[in-house]
Design a protein around this ligand. Structure first.
Ligand code: ATP
Ligand code: MN
Length: 540
């Protein structure tokens, strides 16, 4: 490790001579005081700290790099997702950052990831702002009784006001995230969005765990039944419902975003949740609503004018408003956050085309096909007139965080599905009754009932129907959900329009999957959707 940095970590060394103050492992109340004095945010009526993250209110995946060196050159899946950065630029930026850091106040926090001790990595997070430090405290696992770690595995330096010079520093923009697997360091500059802190370490775990230990790392949430002790995983891209659906009063939360699966079972990587707040209501999402209290960090939310009451409907700063809180703020969260092998796996997709059934049961081959595809849809912008959704495919439901080729993760998942006979379900948390603009998003109430029915075996004995294009088996009856909602074709008024839309989506699946065909068996390929020649009246 670079000597300047290691000196900084020992605090009190001569070479790194901070002119500012260095605050080590402050308690959350102290950090809140600092945040208020630093004018990073304000206290809300529920006791949470509301801070703004600055210019960036979301991650910037195009500005994330991995240092190209002997460790990474032959192992990383290089390309758009994992952009290579020459080690000389890393060194230059680290030096510049260290010089810059000498002049400012710093907050340092030690924590760790992986609730299963055998996989634990200790972290040192160095931040410029107090709110970032609260984030690190809430999202990572916290040392017991302020125990000091004997050694630190990974160091994360996050300095939003430090910007790179794209003309000299080898990066494309002033903001950057750089992962160095040899030095075990992450450098974050030019952005104050805290999601970069957690997702960079997620990327690190997505490299180390599968590669070195054969452990599957997963972009999913997890919970466990109170009575049955049955574990469920919820995979899905951003906004599909991982955090929302894992917070279930009937079940115990394991974690809302990142987990590992080894030969013993599953474990959370993190120690907290990062929940979207847009449209948050106590009635719909009581657990998340109640987790927003003293100690929680709210990001980029607006307050009702003249009050300290958060207005979750106001998304004028960003739609990506967030609450970061320790998992223990969710009532009944498991501690430690480890659980048995999953019995149910849900792939969540927010299909804004309204094509996929609200729930379908997948064969192992279909599960592999949909895992590799990683489909969801984004609603493009909110401007008037722009209401055509865009299909998004992100391998393993988390392509942006995969340093290794998707086939690596898919292969481990395939083995685990065979070994543990988990049931896999595809759940469309998106549109029914028509595409975005015509239909509407399926209610959270129905989605919860569908998941409950799957978990309780209520979908085991009912009749299923096979989707003509996607080949998916979907139940025709489900307690607490009207039957016409279960069949997308039935829920659309215009049946012709339904098949045209479904064919289009099938085409998009097939086009996306071309890149993965080589490494995939004929059985998995057979799970691809097939367009049908639909003319009025031909298919009833
Ligand atoms: P990220 O990876 O960005 O954290 P996520 O998968 O955790 O995303 P959530 O935070 O759970 O996604 O977001 C789902 C959003 O969609 C929430 O705002 C939730 O209220 C809303 N929503 C509306 N209808 C549904 C539904 N039927 N199922 C799930 N979520 C729904
Ligand atoms: Mn989430």
């Amino acid at each position: 490790m670079n000597s300047t940095i290691s000196n900084l970590l020992d605090l009190g060394n001569q070479k790194f001579s901070p002119k500012g103050k260095v605050y080590y492992q402050l308690s959350v109340p102290e950090l809140i005081e600092h945040a208020l004095i630093n004018r990073e945010g304000s206290l809300t009526i529920n006791g949470a700290l509301a801070a703004d993250t600055g210019k960036f209110t979301g991650r910037s995946p195009r500005d994330r790099y991995i240092v190209y060196d002997d460790e990474t050159k032959n192992t990383i899946w290089w390309g758009d997702i994992n952009q290579a950065l020459d080690v000389k630029y890393y060194k230059m930026l680290l030096d510049k950052m260290c010089q810059y850091m000498e002049k400012i106040n710093l907050y340092i926090r030690d924590g760790y990831v992986c609730a299963d001790e055998r996989h634990r990595l200790t972290l040192k997070v160095i931040t410029e702002s107090a709110y970032q430090n609260i984030f690190a405290n809430n999202l990572f696992l916290r040392p017991n009784n302020n125990e000091r770690f004997l050694s630190i595995d990974w160091t994360i330096i996050a300095i939003p006001s430090f910007e790179a010079n794209p003309t000299t520093d080898g990066v494309n923009n002033p903001n950057f995230v750089i992962i160095n697997f040899v030095e075990k360091t992450v450098l974050i500059g030019g952005t104050g969005y805290t999601g970069e802190i957690k997702k960079s370490i997620f990327s690190v775990l997505n490299y180390i765990l599968p590669k070195e230990k054969g452990v599957l790392s997963m972009h999913c949430s997890a919970n466990v039944g109170k009575k049955r002790g049955d574990t469920a995983l919820f995979f899905g891209l951003s906004g599909t419902g991982k955090t929302t659906l894992s917070a279930d009063e009937q079940r115990m939360l394991v974690g809302d975003d990142e987990h590992g699966w080894d030969h013993n079972g599953i474990f959370n990587f993190e120690g907290g949740c990062y929940a979207k707040c847009v449209g948050l209501e106590a009635k719909q999402e009581p657990q998340i609503f109640n987790a927003i209290k003293f100690g929680t960090l709210l990001e980029n939310i607006c307050l009702l004018e003249g009050t300290r009451i958060p207005d979750y409907n106001n998304i004028s700063k960003t739609e990506n408003t967030r609450a970061a809180y320790p998992a223990s703020f969710i009532e009944g969260a498991l501690e430690p956050a480890v659980a048995l092998h999953p019995q149910h796996i849900f792939f969540l997709t927010a299909d804004a085309f309204g094509v996929l059934p609200p729930i379908s049961k997948l064969t192992v081959e279909q599960a592999m096909y949909h895992f590799i595809s990683g489909y969801t849809a984004k609603v493009a912008g909110t401007e008037a007139g722009v209401n055509e959704p865009v299909a998004t495919f992100s391998a393993c439901f988390g392509k942006a965080f995969l340093p290794l080729r998707p086939g690596k993760y898919a292969a481990i998942l395939g083995e685990k599905l065979q070994d543990h006979a988990a049931k896999v379900w595809l759940v469309n948390t998106g549109w029914i009754g028509g595409a975005y603009g015509v239909g509407k998003r399926i209610s959270l109430h129905y989605t919860r009932n569908l998941i409950k029915a799957a978990l309780e075996g209520d979908l085991d004995q009912v009749m299923y129907q096979k989707h003509l294009i996607f080949g998916l088996s979907y139940p025709t009856i489900c307690p607490g959900v009207p039957s016409e909602v279960l069949s997308p074709r039935d829920s659309w008024e215009d049946k012709d329009a339904y098949f045209i839309q479904a064919n289009k989506l099938a085409e998009a699946f097939v086009a996306n999957f071309k890149q993965y065909e080589k490494g995939v068996s004929a059985e998995v390929m057979a799970a691809a959707p097939k367009k049908i020649d639909y003319r009025k009246g031909v298919v009833s």
